[in-house]
Design a protein around this ligand. Structure first.
Ligand SMILES: [Zn+2]
Length: 233
């Protein structure tokens, strides 16, 4: 699974076509309290990661060598990783990179392999990301959540272009853009540039939810958006 975040020996699987940018090690004086029991925690080393991240310009990516600080609870002994803002767990290719590729695959006319190559990914990964986005949720649920987050702006679900290569993924991606824009309008800060990145990144920071490619499908729930309520019992 080349799009999962590798560590250690898996590093050799990474694309070598991008220079490795070493990021400085950063952590607070103390780790945050334990998320499970609220107990005090202590720093317990670092984990090296090698993510591919989006820059401000779409389809321009960087490969980082990034050490993530590890914490451990002194009460229940739970070990955890502290992620910097804008960093999504268990992803070699970060969410803005994935969103840019899926947008180009679904709406563009370039061959999928060419689109994937702009971020040093394979066509297989680009197709897997597209299927993953399409299966995450329904576009209508995202648009409804956007209206609940920011009722001052009427959000309309636009149908994807008739010639979209993957209409469902295109519609879901547009729904994430609508909800991401609504979150930004009500003041939810985000480092991410795309709607997919903002919404899933915010859910991770707020609730600890991670929507992974592997380990079975987990559907996004807009009930966790601020002010959002479950649409089904
Ligand atoms: Zn604990």
């Amino acid at each position: 699974m080349s799009d999962l975040l590798p560590g250690g020996a898996d590093r050799k699987r990474l694309s070598v076509s991008l220079p490795l940018l070493l990021r400085p090690r950063r952590r607070d004086a103390r780790p945050p309290p334990c998320r499970r029991c609220g107990g005090p925690s202590w720093w317990n080393g670092w984990r090296e990661t090698f993510p591919v991240v989006a820059t401000a310009a779409a389809s321009v990516v960087e490969r980082w060598q990034l050490a993530l600080p590890l914490g451990k609870c002194s009460s229940c002994h739970r070990a955890f990783t502290c992620y910097p803002p804008g960093f999504y767990p268990r992803r070699q290719y970060q969410l803005d990179v994935v969103a840019d590729v899926v947008a180009a695959v679904t709406l563009g006319s370039e061959p999928v392999g060419h689109v994937a190559a702009t971020v040093t990914a394979s066509a297989t990964s680009a197709r897997r990301w597209t299927a993953w986005v399409a299966a995450l949720t329904r576009a209508g649920e995202l648009v409804a959540a956007a209206a609940q987050v920011d009722a001052s702006v009427a959000t309309v679900a636009l149908p994807p272009p008739r010639d979209a290569r993957h209409p469902r993924a295109a519609a879901v991606l547009a729904g994430f853009e609508a909800l991401g824009a609504a979150l930004a309008r009500v003041g939810v800060a985000a480092m991410e540039r795309t709607g997919l990145g903002r919404v899933l990144g915010w859910q991770h920071r707020r609730h600890g939810d991670v929507y992974g490619l592997a380990g079975g499908h987990r559907s996004f729930s807009s009930a966790m958006a601020p002010g959002g309520r479950p649409t089904t019992p």
